[in-house]
Design a binder for this molecule. Structure first.
Ligand code: SF4
Ligand code: SF4
Length: 431
């Protein structure tokens, strides 16, 4: 489909009334302070691109890519403009005119082949374990990496050796009476960087009467591709995942990753696959998709164990943009935390403000990302909590890095990990 004909561009671009509401909530505008970095500046730029006033050059791409895709602007916009979708469509259009070999390699080849992704993460693990990463830093070799990667490679800390998939079965029977058959969309980042989250997800779901099936041939949800102008690849990945999951008879399709659940949502399926032959299949797939915390509270109504001896812990919660802004899910993760014995939930200021990670933004715009991150860590630290809970592997990685840069000692944890631990502790105490 031509850029000019894409629904977000065609229908939305004229609706901007220049009220500036989007500007007041934009994390990148807050650190850059220049109108070209403001959401309405992006809308204006996309308009000029559409009308041929500016050309699709790498410079225009760079301007538009200084955006976290956090969707705060789209939520705030009184005209209902999906500003982030306009931006994504424009990035894709510009990218098609200016393809790059490194992006093809990363987003078309490596990220679409789970085996290759796993191998590259193994290399990272090896470099960290053998001290090669540190040596590379001290010899200045990491400075040879492209873009902001020389600074940002530190964010990728403590890579585990075993991905979740190597430790989990494809079919995990329900414990006790079976209530639902659930397809678990195990995203790349949870699988490779946070296997403890995947194991906790399967543990909690099976304990609560779900048979959990993890389809072997799942591929990336496509969100990194959308953010990097690779819309066509994102479409192919979405169509692949739709076909795989539709070949099972699932009651629900659940994921513990906020980015994945937003990428698999009806809205995003419409954005990627609307109007194509696969549209109906994509919509029936998306109807079953639900974020894990919403599923645990709204569908299963999970009841954690009663444990009056549970250790008291103060936990603050960071809203992932792809959960709070993209899907309006704010209450369920908090309610889940409140139900866990021993947990005291303390709210941080600006909990719903981006942490600056946003998948690949911290790797491509390191300095801005760190300014946004420092504000987040300051707000979290002021709560006096010992843990930050969040539901997104990208936020987890970014927050861990933020804490490591500060003088604060805090764990970053997915609520489902706390819940799984709570079940196991209660069992050990014979509760
Ligand atoms: S998506 Fe977020 S970072 Fe991007 S323009 Fe909107 S508010 Fe700013
Ligand atoms: S909030 Fe919406 S209408 Fe207002 S300036 Fe931003 S894009 Fe335009």
């Amino acid at each position: 489909m031509e850029f000019k004909e894409l629904p977000p561009v065609k229908e939305q671009i004229m609706k901007c009334v220049r009220c500036g509401k989007c500007r007041s909530v934009c994390p990148t505008f807050a650190v850059i302070g220049n109108e070209t970095a403001a959401p309405r500046g992006h809308v204006f730029m996309v308009g000029m691109l559409r009308n041929g006033v500016v050309q699709p050059t790498p410079e225009v791409y760079d301007r538009l890519s200084n955006c976290l895709m956090c969707e705060s602007c789209s939520v705030a916009c009184p005209s209902g403009i999906d500003i982030h979708e306009l931006n994504a469509a424009a990035r894709s259009y510009i990218y098609e005119k200016n393809p790059s070999l490194s992006k093809e390699l990363i987003f078309d080849t490596m990220w679409t082949h789970p085996g290759m992704l796993k191998t590259s993460v193994r290399f990272m693990w090896l470099a960290q374990k053998t001290g090669l990463q540190k040596l590379g830093r001290s010899l200045g070799i990491t400075k040879l990496l492209p873009g902001d990667l020389p600074k940002a490679e530190k964010i990728l800390s403590s890579v585990p050796y075993f991905p979740a998939r190597s430790e989990l079965s494809e079919v995990n029977p329900a414990r006790g009476e079976k209530r639902y058959t659930v397809g678990y969309f195990l995203g790349c980042a949870t699988n490779l960087f946070n296997p403890e989250v995947a194991k906790a997800t399967v543990d909690v779901l099976t304990r609560n009467g779900c048979e959990v099936i993890i389809p072997a041939d799942t591929k990336c949800c496509g969100l990194p591709q959308i953010a990097n102008g690779k819309m066509e690849t994102a479409r192919e990945l979405a169509a692949h995942n739709v076909k795989i999951f539709n070949s099972y008879d699932f009651d629900y399709i659940v994921t513990d990753c906020a980015s994945c659940s937003s990428a698999l949502s009806h809205k995003n399926m419409e954005f990627l696959l609307g109007g194509l032959k696969i549209e109906d299949q994509a919509f029936s797939f998306a109807e079953k998709v639900m974020d894990l915390t919403k599923f645990l509270i709204d569908v299963l109504d999970v009841q954690p164990p009663v444990n009056e001896n549970a250790k008291k812990v103060k936990v603050t919660y960071h809203d992932p943009c792809h959960l709070a802004n993209a899907q309006g899910i704010k209450e369920q993760p908090r309610e889940l935390l409140r139900r866990i014995p021993g947990v005291e939930l303390v709210e941080m200021k600006e909990a719903n403000r981006c942490c600056g990670g946003s998948g690949t933004y911290s790797l491509t715009h390191y300095d801005n990302s760190m300014k946004i991150l420092d504000r987040k860590i300051d707000n979290a630290m002021l709560t006096g909590a010992g843990k930050i809970a969040t539901c997104c592997p990208s936020c987890t990685m970014q927050l861990r890095y933020g804490v490591s840069r500060s003088k604060w000692q805090a764990d970053i944890v997915h609520p489902v990990v706390l819940l799984s631990q709570s079940y196991r502790q209660a069992k050990a105490l014979g509760k």
